[in-house]
Design a protein around this ligand. Structure first.
Ligand code: FAD
Length: 272
């Protein structure tokens, strides 16, 4: 049953310091673009009743270079990433992923902080950030910590983020090599992925998959096979032992494994 919006307790702020103080002093769920949260409200499956709207916190919105890192504010929307010359130049696989998220309305409201915090293993930006060795910046009223995305998820939709913390930014180190992204879903638009993959072709290739495990995963043994020049058939054999996709309402384990291996072949052929 739908949740009655009138029963919800909503605070909002335009200041990051205020937001962090409120999260320290009150148990509230951050709300950014609300594109994930609203689905839960609509289905009546969301247990939370108190929210903190952070959409107006503009200091979380920017895209910039700091040192040699590309720094993406947590409230950066897919539309802003698609339009950013900096992201186009430094992280084109993220632009590709952003173009394939939802439709234009979702791209205008959905944020990368929300995609990461929501923690769905089908989240389209997650393999991009995993393949790029990105670091999640978490801040509370008292401290800040940086967590590599590969250590951020502890299980299905479970993360190391504390209730008093916000994701404030994602830091992406320089990515050397040719970048590649593919999403396979039921259809091109508005479809959650059955398999999503991002890869970087370099002397030390990196490959990350979504929707093949409870969390986004890197495939280090497959990467090693590729780096060692084992050939794509050998790398595919390694991949078949390295991931164990599951059956669910969106797809079967057998189909996912087949698609995952096909995508590894395409990544290697198209980035040669
Ligand atoms: C029709 C439709 C199509 C979609 N298509 C896709 C798709 O193709 N690919 C895809 O990956 N996703 C898709 N989504 C899911 C969703 O749009 C994305 O996950 C989006 O990035 C979520 O961002 P948001 O700002 O709307 O998050 P919200 O809904 O505001 O929040 C989501 C979760 O993240 C938390 N949160 C948000 N921001 C922060 C922060 N800065 N710090 C800490 N916690 C935070 C919230 O508390 C909540 O738990 C779709 C959703 C819909 C409704």
């Amino acid at each position: 049953m739908r949740t009655a919006v009138s029963e919800l307790d909503l605070r909002s702020t335009a200041s990051l310091d205020d937001a962090l103080r409120i999260l320290r002093d009150e148990r509230r769920t951050p709300l950014a673009g609300a594109t994930d949260l609203y689905v839960g409200l609509n289905f009546g499956t969301l247990p939370q009743r108190a929210f903190l709207d952070i959409w107006a916190v503009d200091e979380l919105r920017g895209v910039a270079e700091r040192g040699d890192a590309l720094v993406l504010g947590a409230l950066a929307t897919y539309t802003s990433l698609i339009r950013s010359p900096l992201v186009q130049r430094r992280l084109p696989m993220l632009v590709e992923a952003a173009r394939q998220v939802g439709g234009v309305q979702i791209q205008n409201r959905g944020t990368i902080g929300g995609n990461i915090a929501n923690g769905s293993p089908a989240g389209d930006s997650l393999p991009v950030f995993a393949a790029a060795d990105a670091v999640i910046v978490l801040r509370s009223a008292d401290s800040e910590r940086r967590i590599p995305i590969t250590e951020y998820y502890t299980g299905y939709r479970a993360t190391v983020m504390r209730p008093d913390e916000l994701i404030v930014a994602i830091e992406v180190p320089p990515v050397e090599g040719r970048q590649w992204f593919r999403k396979v879903g039921t259809r091109a638009a508005q479809a959650i992925s059955k398999i999503v993959v991002a890869g970087v072709r370099s002397a030390k290739p990196s490959v990350a998959y979504g929707s093949v495990a409870p969390t986004v995963v890197r495939v280090p043994r497959t990467e090693e096979a590729l780096a060692a020049g084992a050939g794509i058939d050998a790398a595919v054999s390694v991949l078949e032992t390295e991931i164990k996709p599951i059956d669910d309402i969106r797809s079967t384990a057998e189909y996912r494994l087949r698609v995952a291996t096909n995508l590894l072949r395409r990544f290697w052929a198209e980035t040669a």
